[in-house]
Ligand binder design. Structure first.
Ligand code: NDP
Length: 280
């Protein structure tokens, strides 16, 4: 019976997760990627460029954006432009959306990916840091969504929200970051329900990432965790596929789907493991 159950479960999961992505569906689409001057955002820009999309990228630093834009042209992007913006400034999310709409005349994919700097330490009792990080990692995502939704309704667009296992599983040393990702998951999951009730054309994909090998992440966990970090290029491609196939929630690496089940089925084991997680 157990073998039969495992076989049936594997068949169902293989069907659920089969690759139905059609690269041609992305060609010529209008894409705005935030936080695209490095890391996963940069990798997404490269993939969208290879697929022949029309891309606008944003971040604070102009030099990084310029380099990514130049590479995207070489990789085959239909058009590329960039706009600087600091998402800790409440005026900038709207300004970046306006720029993208002006440049591309509409929007098919809005990729909300930028992330503000935070620490990996015991909570330092600084509420101002949490407030600022909330603006960068969460409120600016909401602002950009509010500004883009009416236009994306017309283009049957997709909003992609880059979230984290830290927004699914509370663990020590990352209280401010974790709070922002829980907020992101809660808000955009609610929005998914409301858009469905309103029979909206817009899809929202929440992407749950495990540890990815970007420079920022590897520097932060140094001397702290020996967990395997998965390649940013692969993470970026799985995000693009999940959005193109209008998935509601997707995981990279895939096994974190089971981590979330495990969290709910065996909460005491999870708490035991996390309470023992010490900084080395
Ligand atoms: P990086 O640090 O590599 O890149 C962050 C990007 O955000 C950069 O382009 C940066 O450019 C931009 N940025 C930072 N602060 C601001 C700001 N105030 N306003 C506008 N842009 C800003 O991050 P990752 O690629 O590692 O992470 C990308 C996403 O993936 C994030 O949402 C993160 O939470 C998520 N994630 C990452 C994981 C990982 O292990 N790497 C794990 C789970 C989730 P600039 O400094 O020039 O502004």
């Amino acid at each position: 019976y157990l073998s039969f159950f495992l076989l049936a479960a594997s068949a169902v999961l293989a069907y659920m997760w089969r690759d139905t992505f059609d690269a041609e569906s992305v060609q010529g689409t209008r894409v705005l990627i935030t936080g695209a001057s490095k890391g996963i955002g940069e990798q997404m820009a490269h993939h969208y460029a290879r697929f022949g999309a029309n891309i606008v990228i944003s971040a604070r630093g102009e030099d990084g954006l310029k380099k990514v834009a130049q590479k995207c042209v070489k990789l085959g992007a239909q058009k590329v432009s960039y706009v600087t913006g600091d998402m800790s400034d409440p005026a900038d999310p709207d300004r970046v959306i306006r720029y993208a709409l002006d440049k591309m005349g509409g929007l098919d994919y809005l990729v909300l990916n930028h992330v503000g700097n935070s620490y990996v330490e015991f909570w330092n009792r600084d509420p101002d840091h949490v407030r600022t990080l909330m603006q960068v990692n969460f409120v600016s995502y909401v602002q950009m969504t509010a500004a883009a939704l009416p236009v994306m309704e017309k283009s049957r667009g997709s909003i992609i929200v880059i979230s984290s296992m830290a927004g699914k599983l509370a663990s020590p040393y990352v209280a401010p970051y974790t709070s922002t990702k829980f907020a992101v998951n809660g808000f955009f999951n609610t929005l998914q329900h409301e858009l469905a009730i309103q029979k909206s054309n817009v899809s929202v994909t929440i992407m749950i990432l495990g540890l990815i090998d970007t420079e920022t992440a590897l520097n932060k966990i140094k001397g702290f965790s020996s967990m395997t970090a998965y390649p940013a290029g692969e993470a970026a491609l799985s995000i693009i596929k999940a959005a193109a196939t209008r998935q509601k929630e997707a995981f990279y690496p895939w096994f974190h789907y089971f981590t979330c089940l495990f969290r709910d089925w065996f909460p005491f084991i999870k708490d035991l493991m996390l309470s023992d997680l010490k900084k080395q």
